[in-house]
Design a protein around this ligand. Sequence first.
Ligand code: AMP
Length: 279
Amino acid sequence: MKIVRSKKELLEVLAEIEIGKTICFVPTMGALHEGHLSLVDIAKAKADIAIASIFVNSAQFAPHEDFDKYPRDEAADLKMLESRGADIVYLPRQEEMYPQGFDIKISTGDIGQQLEGITRPHFFDGIALVITKFFNQIKPDMAIFGEKDYQQLHVIRKLVDALDMDVTIIGGPIVREANGLAMSSRNRYLSDVQKEQSAALNKSLLQIKDSIIAGAAFDKAISSAKQYMLAQGFDSVDYIEIRHSQTLAPARDDDDINSLRIIATAYLNGVRLLDNIGF
Ligand code: AMP
């Protein structure tokens, strides 16, 4: 596994790749877990060369968010990537990605201001910026994003389409803990007791799904799930929404449920947890 830390080194290893070999890219912010590694497995299955990046992207954090304390464990990450057969790992330095005075922005438009974007208005623009830079630096044939961050996957597809980027975007299924909690680097912030409580997030989405299948109105199903989560120890529920899975347009009670996705974000002891499920 080749480890590269600058654009210059990246260019050198890319130049060594035989013409005609396909590259699949897996961007991450590190603190890796089985969710990330499952994407590396998919990358290896789909392409000749799997390139992962580890970069905590300052552009997607607001000043009051957890950029400084975001978990970083480079040695463990590299070991895991090596054991899963990643070919190249790219760990660019902040100063090289965003040199002093860097002020170029990308706007993801309306979709970037919905759901996650209401609480985190700069989040998707920051992601779009770093992904655009990575795509231009690596020039991958494909890139994989987890369905855990369902809106992110949608925004990236939209970005690639809107800016005519020649990269095929692949979605990877959500990898969960045994209790249903979607794996996330931020789960490291949870105590053992909170990890148990966190099961209520996925359970509540399954409850919503079951009650809607049984004929319940969307808003009734959502409000009882919210109450359940608060009773299970969540501090607050930022949102639970039912959206069309392909467009993320808001759903109505008479829509075909097979085309819908239930998307939620809630806080447990100040930790922001995301989840979503389809029907
Ligand atoms: P992050 O390091 O949180 O930026 O995530 C890097 C990539 O891994 C993103 O495409 C995430 O959607 C994906 N990912 C994170 N957690 C999971 C999970 N539990 N299952 C599948 N993909 C995941």
